[in-house]
Write a protein that binds this ligand. Structure first.
Ligand SMILES: NC(=O)C1=CN([C@@H]2O[C@H](COP(=O)(O)OP(=O)(O)OC[C@H]3O[C@@H](n4cnc5c(N)ncnc54)[C@H](O)[C@@H]3O)[C@@H](O)[C@H]2O)C=CC1
Ligand SMILES: CC(=O)C(=O)O
Ligand SMILES: [Mg+2]
Length: 608
């Protein structure tokens, strides 16, 4: 119960500052009861311990003779994996095709995932900075692009347009009794790679790997889902290896009927599961969010998670200039990309401005471009979500900034403090654009190249520090290395990715047992992230922390507390809203940390 955890809060504080915090705080069940024996256990990645089964267990579980005789410990297995991984790396040194290297690494990790989940997740948790770029962006993009060829073993669930009317029973085919976290996509906008149909399933798998590693969600209780409603990607439809439905995407009511049925099936079997919508094309991203946000415990990561991370970065850019946060409404921000992510960010940033006392009519700090250039009020057929950011005419406007003005024109004339890309167009912040950013009105011009994967990043940190100057601030959606500026100085390549928020949003929502995920809960998470970095770090140009269980616990606790404050919490695992509401801030962080799953081998007892 949480009370004992709360009493140990000073211990937790100490543990939280060490890297093995979650290991020490997670209270594991004494044994796992298995309904299997022999090879069935070795073939089940959840129970498999490979050569670490002790002799007593080998006897009990019918494993004697099925494994090499020497029993090895977990640490030895861990070392064996890391050594073989390093050998793979060494063998591939000098390989000119970086795609081959990335896929070889992913395959190595994926094989471990399929064989022994305990070892896999420990390796992932301990080396999250090194392995996140493989299980997540950028390599996950490559995996999705090549998924049909790479397919070996199914992971997650596939609901298709052909399953209409069947989903309510299909959902019971999933073997786990309880599911806490679901990440679902329809594959229609996978990173910046477009419509990848059923191959998009790699994204829910990658996101849920981060849920396990960074939020301590039990991997037995996660479910990656792809809703295959067809694809409009001609290349895939013609690819004989393609594993999805060979039909154009469903549209309109037919499409929504599939999503509705899936959501109702989830509710029927796991009413308390949190559902994260991921990589839906813009029209369905906004529509499904509005359709379900008040009825289910769900959120859209691209719209809402990204917005919180970007706002934290934008506020960091204000602090980096030595200016107070209430100066934010005076920051000129050029956003390139008016899709689900770009509009999500703009809405959030505008809301922050309004909170600082600026009126709806008075906000004047955003210039938004899409594929047709600067968006102004003369543009016809504007999506209402975009319309409120369209530039008009009048005394507040910069003369000559016409409808459809090019990016370089806009940057030259606006001299923005921040240039933020969510366009999915690699290299669009070219030399000319970045040189124009050098004339920014900010002493610390900020460039956020947030599109994924790496090939779609709007620019690189090398280009930014070269063309904008050493004072620039840089962040990207996919990871880049820091840049050496000479004289011992470093240009920091921050990663501005929703991965800092979504694990904490999901965890906080889950542990609060929230009926739905409110704006207040999302704001609490984002504010927590924004205040996480110290002034000293910000001055150096560091905007975000490394992804870790520590930051997730803080964000999760903030989200949980907001759910309590808004009376949305119904509690979880026997800890009710009343009990949750009596926890102090620190106790909530302790509680969240204590609830995180951590990979260790448990004794197995066979019921068979
Ligand atoms: N760093 C992060 O955490 C996140 C990054 N993203 C990335 O953001 C990108 C966009 O995602 P969504 O908004 O969902 O896509 P989307 O397809 O909804 O929107 C793309 C937008 O970019 C615009 N665009 C296309 N070409 C352009 C050009 N040449 N110049 C200016 N604008 C152009 C389009 O008109 C559209 O408004 C993707 O690459 C995705 O990976 C998305 C979510 C989170
Ligand atoms: C990071 C992410 O969610 C995206 O690029 O879509
Ligand atoms: Mg996404």
């Amino acid at each position: 119960m949480w009370r004992s955890a709360a009493r140990r809060s000073s211990l937790f504080r100490r543990l939280l500052s060490s890297s093995s915090s979650a290991a020490a705080s997670y209270a594991p069940p004494a044994v796992y009861i298995v309904n299997k024996r022999g090879n069935d256990i070795l073939n089940d990645p959840w129970y498999n311990k490979d050569t670490a089964f002790p002799m007593t267990e080998r006897d009990r579980l019918g494993l004697r003779g099925l494994l090499p005789p020497r029993v090895t410990c977990f640490e030895e297995q861990y070392e064996r994996f890391i050594n073989s991984y390093r050998t793979l790396e060494n063998n591939m040194q000098g390989e000119p095709d970086s795609t081959r290297v990335a896929l070889a690494k992913w395959k190595d990790l994926n094989r471990l995932h399929s064989r022994n989940e305990t070892l896999y997740y420990r390796v992932l948790i301990d080396n999250i900075e090194e392995f996140a770029p493989i299980v997540y962006t950028p390599t996950v993009g490559l995996v999705c692009e090549n998924y049909s060829g790479l397919f070996r073993r199914s992971r997650g669930m596939y609901f298709t347009a052909k399953d209409k009317g069947e989903m309510m029973s299909m959902i019971y085919n999933w073997p786990a009794d309880k599911v806490d976290m679901i990440v679902v996509t329809d594959g229609s906008r996978i990173l910046g790679l477009g419509d990848l149909g059923v191959q998009g399933v790699g994204i829910p798998i990658g996101k849920l790997d981060l849920y396990v590693a960074a939020a301590g969600i039990n991997p037995q209780k996660v479910l990656p889902v792809i809703l295959d409603v067809g694809t409009n990607n001609e290349k895939l439809l013609e690819d004989k290896l393609y594993l999805g439905l060979r039909q154009p995407r469903l549209e309109g009511e037919e499409y929504l009927a599939i999503i509705d049925e899936f959501m109702e099936a989830v509710r029927a079997r796991w009413p308390k599961a949190v559902v994260q919508f991921e990589d839906f094309q813009m029209k369905w991203a906004f529509e499904t969010l509005e359709r379900y946000r008040n009825r289910f415990c769900m959120f859209n990561d691209d719209i809402q998670g990204t917005a919180g991370v970007a706002l934290a970065g934008l506020l960091g850019a204000v602090r980096a200039q030595g200016r107070p946060l209430h100066d934010f409404p005076n920051q000129k921000i050029v956003v390139v990309g008016a899709g689900s992510a770009g509009i999500g960010v703009l809405n959030k940033a505008k809301k922050a401005t309004l909170k600082m006392g600026i009126t709806e009519e008075g906000h004047n700090q955003f210039w938004v471009l899409d594929k047709d250039g600067l968006i102004t009020k003369v543009r016809e057929g504007l999506d209402p979500a975009v319309a409120s950011f369209a530039r008009g005419s009048g005394p507040n406007e910069i003369p000559d900034l016409h409808e459809g003005a090019s990016l370089v024109e806009v940057v030259k004339k606006v001299k923005p403090h921040v240039l933020l890309g969510l366009s999915g167009v690699g290299g669009i912040f070219n030399e000319e654009v970045l040189k124009a950013m050098k004339e920014s009105d900010s002493p610390r011009p900020a460039v956020f190249a947030m599109s994924n994967p790496t090939t779609k990043a709007e620019c690189t940190p090398d280009d930014v520090f070269k063309h904008v100057g050493e004072n620039a601030i840089f962040a990207s959606g996919s990871p880049f290395s820091n840049v050496s500026l000479g004289n011992g100085k470093t240009g920091y390549a921050n990663q501005a990715n929703n991965m800092y928020l979504f694990p904490g949003i999901g965890l906080g929502a889950l542990l609060s047992g929230a009926r739905n995920i409110s704006v207040g809960m999302l704001e609490a998470g984002a504010e927590c992230l924004a205040s996480y970095i110290t002034d000293d770090e910000i001055k150096k140009g560091i905007l975000f922390p490394p992804v870790s269980r520590h930051i997730t616990a803080q964000v999760g606790a903030a989200v949980l507390r907001a759910a309590i404050a808004e009376d949305l919490a119904e509690g979880c695992d026997g800890v009710g809203p009343k009990e949750l509401s009596t926890m102090s801030e620190l106790e909530t962080v302790d509680y969240v940390t204590q609830k995180m799953w951590y990979p260790v081998y448990h004794p197995l007892v066979s019921k068979k």
